[in-house]
Design a protein around this ligand. Structure first.
Ligand code: GMT
Length: 377
C-alpha cells in the first residue's frame, strides 16, 4: 500500500541542503511514501531510477520584457500544479526563502489543502536575515508553515532571537548513512595523487565562500607542514578560489596542496584523509563533518553555529576559536603526531556519527513531524 504523498522543494545543487533533501526523499520512498521533487534540475544524488520518486522540473520562461526571469513565480505555479495533480498531502520546503514562500503561495493557489513543513538550513537566517525586506518574508514563511525545523540548536536559537519568533521550532539534525564500498583503494588513490605512505592527508571541502575562511585552512596547513610531512586536499569551488590559489603560491605550498575542484566521490577522498578542517565563521551544521566522521576521519572545527553540536571536542576532533591559527595548528599537529590518539579519535568519530546522526533515527523524526501536522486541523 502506498503511503502519504510528499512534495520536496529544494536546491538540486551539491550543497548540504540539497544532499539532505534528496537523501531524505530517497529514505521516505523506501518507507512507502510517494515522493515528488520539485526543482530546476534533477537533484544530483538521484542517480538511479526509484519506483516511487518523481521529478517535476521548474521551467523559467525568459521573455525579453523581464530583466530577471521570474523563477519564484514559476516555482510557485509548478508546486500548485503538482499539489493538485498528484494530490499531495505535504510539502517539505528546504529554505524559508524562496522555497517556503513559494510553497505558501502555491497552497493558496491550489484547490487542495496541503501541510507545509519548512526546514531552515542556515544561510537564509544568518545571511538573508540581515536584509530587512527579506526579514519580513522569512518571518512570514515561518509563521505560515505548519511546522518549522532547524538543523541545529544553534540555528533554532538564532532564528528565535533574530526574528523574535514565538512559534516552536523543532531541531532535526542532518543525517548520514554508513559508507558503502569506496570505488578506489587507498593505495591506488594515493598513487594517483603521488601521496607518500608516511605523509598525512588533510582535507577541506566547501563551496569556497568567504564565510568558510579557506584562507585559515591554508595558514594552518602551512604551520602543520613545518612539523609533519603532509598534503592538503582542497575539494570544491567558489568565489574565493583564485584568492586561495594566490595564497598557496605566496606560501610556496604548490607541491603540497592539491586543488581537486568539485568531486562526487567524496568518500574515496575521505578514505585517504587523516584530518578534516572546517574553520568557518558561520555554519549552521556542517554536513561535511558528518561525512568525514562516518569515514573515520577526525575533524577540527570552529566554535560557531552548529559545529560544536557535531564534533565531540577532545573525543573525535577539536573545537577551536575562529581565526586562531596558532591554536588550530597546535591541535592538528598534536593529533597527527600521536597514532594511538588518532586511532581512538577515528574509531569514535564513526561510532559518534552513527549513533547520533544515522539516517534511520533522523528520518523517523521527520516522519513523526509529518504525522503530527497531518493530524492537526
Ligand atoms: O554552506 C553553504 O554555503 C551551503 C548551505 C546549503 O544550502 O547546503 O549549507 C547550509 O546547509 C547545510 C545543510 O543543512 C549545513 O550543513 C551548512 O552548515 C549550512 N551552511 C551555513 O550555515 C553557512
Amino acid at each position: 500500500m502506498m503511503g502519504k504523498k510528499i512534495g520536496i522543494v529544494c536546491y538540486p545543487t551539491v550543497g548540504g541542503s540539497g544532499v539532505v533533501a534528496t537523501e531524505l526523499g530517497i529514505q521516505l520512498a523506501e518507507q512507502q511514501y510517494e515522493v515528488h521533487f520539485i526543482s530546476t534540475t534533477m537533484p544530483f544524488r538521484l542517480k538511479r531510477l526509484y519506483p516511487n520518486i518523481y521529478f517535476h522540473e521548474v521551467e523559467v520562461s525568459n521573455y525579453p520584457v523581464f530583466k530577471n526571469p521570474p523563477y519564484d513565480l514559476a516555482l510557485a505555479s509548478k508546486i500548485a500544479e503538482v499539489i493538485d495533480r498528484e494530490e499531495l498531502d505535504i510539502i517539505h520546503a528546504h529554505y524559508a526563502v524562496p522555497h517556503a514562500i513559494c510553497s505558501i503561495f502555491a497552497k493558496q493557489m491550489a484547490k487542495r489543502d496541503v501541510k507545509i513543513v519548512t526546514t531552515l538550513h542556515g544561510t537564509d537566517i544568518t545571511i538573508l536575515g540581515i536584509d530587512d525586506n527579506l526579514k519580513h518574508m522569512i518571518c512570514y514563511a515561518i509563521d505560515q508553515s505548519d511546522q518549522v525545523t532547524a538543523v541545529s540548536n544553534s540555528l533554532r536559537k538564532q532564528t528565535e532571537e533574530s526574528f523574535h519568533i514565538q512559534k516552536p521550532i523543532k531541531v532535526v539534525y542532518n543525517f548520514i548513512e554508513p559508507v558503502k564500498d569506496t570505488a578506489l583503494t587507498q593505495e591506488d588513490l594515493k598513487d594517483k595523487f603521488e601521496i607518500k605512505d608516511h605523509e598525512k592527508v588533510l582535507i577541506h571541502i566547501s563551496n569556497f565562500r568567504q564565510v568558510k575562511r579557506v584562507e585559515d585552512v591554508i595558514r594552518v596547513f602551512d604551520q602543520v607542514t613545518k612539523q609533519v610531512d603532509a598534503k592538503l586536499l582542497l575539494v570544491g569551488d567558489g568565489p574565493e578560489h583564485t584568492k586561495i590559489r594566490d595564497l598557496v603560491n605566496e606560501l610556496d605550498l604548490n607541491d603540497q596542496v592539491l586543488f581537486l575542484g568539485r568531486q562526487d566521490n567524496i568518500h574515496d577522498l575521505l578514505n585517504i584523509s587523516d584530518l578534516k578542517l572546517l574553520l568557518s565563521e558561520k555554519e549552521s551544521f556542517g554536513l561535511v563533518l558528518l561525512e568525514a566522521m562516518i569515514s573515520g576521519v577526525p575533524c577540527i572545527g570552529t566554535d560557531i553555529g552548529g559545529i560544536p553540536e557535531v564534533i565531540a571536542d577532545g573525543k573525535n576532533g577539536f573545537i577551536c576559536e575562529v581565526g586562531n591559527i596558532e591554536q588550530i595548528s597546535r591541535k592538528a599537529i598534536h593529533l597527527l603526531s600521536d597514532d594511538s590518539l588518532w586511532n581512538q579519535f577515528s574509531k569514535y568519530a564513526k561510532t559518534y556519527a552513527y549513533e547520533n546522526f544515522n539516517s534511520n533515527l533522523i528520518v523517523r523524526q521527520y516522519e513523526t513531524i509529518y504525522n503530527e501536522v497531518l493530524d492537526r486541523n
